[in-house]
Design a protein around this ligand. Structure first.
Ligand code: UDP
Length: 235
């Protein structure tokens, strides 16, 4: 791709777009876990994640959620709206798992009595520490209204995604979202893929997400392929 590279993340790269209001986002095969401690190249991951994220973003757009996705350019490149990313990750949990289970001593798989909303500071240097609303506003990462808007959208997205995955026989355990500022609005940015969600098979509990990589469970790409196939069979 003959475009100027602007930013290289752990699994995606951002290139300049067609004009001042767009970027091109590339999904790469790189996989990392433990804040970069574990690294691998997984053949086909870029393409699968690009396809999965596109299917999900199209579904969200059809259901009234504005996203940064304009269109897919090819199998691994998306043309997106140029947003100013809010440096706060929004994590939504329906079932206990991962860091939540560890931190609070709640077994993985325990259903949660209400949806949990968490924020973490987007900072590789600091290891994405958890941050609360008053801390976010105190240091000027986002305003109170922006936080309220991110939470409102994240909860709507959770409802839509739970229904979508449920129809594919998949439980949406938890996921991470990122939002960007665009023409004065807060819109969904980044990706929604098995790298950023925990997805469990409804029948067997089999993990169909990045935990297969993090925990060395094997057949990572088989699981991602399964997610894509089930999502697209559904449509
Ligand atoms: N997550 C993510 N990027 C991050 C941190 C978390 O995409 O930098 C996702 C992760 O895949 C999971 C959810 O957010 O679906 C909650 O992750 P958790 O806090 O349990 O952290 P982990 O166990 O992944 O360290």
């Amino acid at each position: 791709m003959d475009r100027r590279l602007l930013y290289e993340g752990k699994s995606k790269s951002i290139y300049e777009g067609d004009n001042d209001s767009t970027y091109v986002m590339e999904f790469r095969n790189s996989a990392t876990a433990g804040n970069g401690a574990k690294k691998a190249e997984l053949e086909g991951k870029g393409e699968l994640n690009a396809s999965i994220s596109a299917v999900i973003y199209d579904y969200l757009a059809k259901n009234g959620i504005e996203t940064h996705l304009i269109k897919m350019i090819d199998a691994t490149h998306a043309l997106v709206k140029k947003t100013e990313i809010v440096p706060v990750e929004v994590i939504i949990r329906n079932t206990a798992a991962g860091s939540f289970s560890q931190k609070y001593g709640v077994s993985e798989g325990t259903p949660l009595k209400n949806t949990v909303v968490e924020f973490s500071l987007k900072s590789d240097e600091l290891g994405d520490p958890m941050i609360n609303e008053t801390q976010i506003t105190a240091i000027g990462l986002a305003g109170k209204e922006e936080i309220d808007e991110m939470v409102r959208q994240a909860l709507t997205i959770n409802g839509l995604l739970r229904a979508l995955f449920d129809r594919s026989g998949i439980i949406l355990v938890d996921f991470k979202l990122e939002f960007g500022r665009y023409e004065g609005r807060i819109i969904l940015a980044d990706e929604i893929t098995p790298d950023s969600c925990r997805l469990w098979d409804k029948q067997t509990g089999k993990k169909l997400d990045k935990d297969r990589f993090r925990r060395d469970l094997g057949d990572v790409m088989g699981a991602y392929t399964e997610v894509f196939t089930r999502l697209t069979d559904e449509k």
